[in-house]
Design a protein around this ligand. Structure first.
Ligand SMILES: Cc1cc2nc3c(=O)[nH]c(=O)nc-3n(C[C@H](O)[C@H](O)[C@H](O)COP(=O)(O)O)c2cc1C
Length: 192
């Protein structure tokens, strides 16, 4: 019994000393890999997204959780390069913009905006899990909501809250070379 207790203590000490040091590259958990390894792509290259992959990426958005399961969103897939260029000027051929819109004006309906943010994250991560590059944008939202709602076919009463750009990326650019650093967990986590 004493031996068991000592082993348990040693194991706990090991876990607590090693686990915080695990970073994205060291995690072998397949479910955590896309969550820990993601990065906002910079170097999109031309090339199409497979239709089956696009369907999966959209399904990730559709499956996102929402308050009271209201699912207050619309996902607009912009494949037209001329329309995409009006929104993100440096898109390259094959990039797809998925515009996430939610009920409300995009500024005051906090619950719907949060739901939209969760769907945005799911889409962003799903694209990377399938080997594509992705990047979230909110910069173009004012322009979209001011003048592109009808071009995008947004339902009445909806406003864009974010978009995810999905596309092919440069081989060899990975999370280590592309991702920016993050604050240390010690600076942003507190325990009570
Ligand atoms: C809510 C949100 C809005 C963002 N808006 C933009 C944007 O308008 N333009 C842009 O180039 N990147 C945008 N980004 C990408 C961030 O700059 C990027 O995710 C962040 O710098 C971390 O990059 P990394 O994961 O590659 O380290 C946005 C990201 C988030 C989460």
């Amino acid at each position: 019994m004493k031996k068991f207790a000592i082993s348990a203590v040693v194991l706990c000490v090991f876990c607590f000393s090693v686990m915080p040091a695990l970073d994205a590259q060291e995690s072998n958990n397949p479910g955590l890999r896309p969550i820990l390894n993601h990065y906002a792509a910079h170097n999109f290259v031309t090339g199409a997204i497979l239709r089956a992959d696009l369907d999966l990426i959209l399904h990730a958005g559709v499956r996102a959780p929402s308050a009271n399961n209201r699912q207050p969103w619309q996902f607009t897939v912009v494949q037209s390069q001329s329309l995409a260029k009006k929104i993100v000027s440096n898109v390259v051929d094959g990039n797809v913009l998925i515009v996430i819109s939610t009920v409300g004006d995009g500024k005051t309906n906090g619950s719907a905006i949060l739901d939209g943010a969760l769907a945005t994250e799911s889409i962003y991560l799903a694209a990377q899990a399938l080997g594509y590059g992705s990047r979230i944008y909110t910069g173009p939202m004012d322009a979209i909501n001011r003048s592109l709602k009808s071009d995008l076919g947004l339902p009445s009463g909806y406003s864009a809250v974010a978009l995810v750009r999905v596309g092919r990326i440069q081989a060899g650019v990975d999370a280590v070379s592309a991702a920016s650093s993050r604050k240390d967990a010690g600076a942003v986590v507190n325990y009570k």
